[in-house]
Design a protein around this ligand. Structure first.
Ligand code: GRF
Length: 244
């Protein structure tokens, strides 16, 4: 870690999970390596069996389980989540495979300070099973999006996206795996942009301060066909040439 980065304040993350936690792992790894100015203060799951909790424990991070079964309604369930996040003095909430919609009360508790990662190029394919839907729809590109969470389902202002080509032989699983690799790259980057105070939200548009412009278009299938293999020169002809 550079001395300048070591001196910078590290923002405290609260990560909400429900499943395997590969995005959590990429965030933990980037924090440990000092690649982002952040530390995971707490990981909370709504499911006690989520493997993401094991990943957090292995990294020495506090964990909590808040089960919806223990609360009479969504508001009180979310209220408990807010309490735990506040106890850990969280600056930024990261949803990483958290399979629940947040109530307005939760969103008001962390205004413009909740991020989510979604495995499609929003606003296309919000919701669930989106990799399968992308393959079935026949799109040539899909990808992933980190966005600020608002009260809708996958509707909030977009921070960063990665475009992933869809191959003719793709299934939902192969596409999901290719997209997931990009999720692991863009989520830590979005967190770092937040930590550096470079995210400004204007209506539904996020301005990323000092971001380079991208101007190269992607085309799939590519405009150029693959090069045909060159016709093979006959051996006899080549040896004849050499003897001259
Ligand atoms: C990811 O595809 C994420 O985009 C979606 O749920 C999946 C979670 O994966 N919201 P993991 O638990 O981070 O491995």
């Amino acid at each position: 870690m550079s001395p300048a980065r070591a001196r910078r304040r590290r923002i405290r993350l609260g990560v909400l999970v429900s499943g395997g936690g590969t995005n959590l792992q990429s965030i933990l790894d980037q924090c440990r390596l000092g690649k982002i100015d952040a530390e995971v203060a707490v990981v909370i799951s709504n499911r006690p069996e989520a493997f993401a909790l094991t990943r957090a424990q292995r990294a020495g991070v506090s964990t909590g389980v808040v089960s919806p079964k223990d609360f009479p309604d969504r508001e009180r369930f979310d209220g408990r989540l807010v309490e735990v996040l506040r106890e850990h003095r969280v600056d930024l909430v990261c949803l990483a495979g958290f399979m629940r919609l947040l109530t307005p009360g939760f969103i008001r508790a962390f205004p413009e300070r909740i991020l989510n990662i979604h495995p499609a190029l929003l606003p296309a394919f919000p919701g669930l099973e989106v990799q399968r839907k992308a393959v079935e729809h026949g799109v040539r590109f899909s990808g992933c999006t980190v966005h600020v969470v608002d009260e809708g389902c996958d509707t909030g202002p977009i921070v960063i996206q990665a475009v992933v080509p869809v191959a003719p032989a793709d299934t939902a699983d192969t596409l999901a795996a290719r997209i997931l690799k990009q999720e692991h790259r863009i989520y830590p980057r979005a967190i770092q942009l937040f930590a550096e105070g470079r995210i400004a939200i204007e209506g539904r548009v996020v301005r990323v301060k000092r971001a380079a412009a991208k101007d190269r278009a992607l085309v799939n299938p590519p405009l150029a066909d693959p090069k045909r293999p060159r016709p093979r020169v006959k051996r006899a002809a080549r040896s004849h040439k050499r003897t001259r």
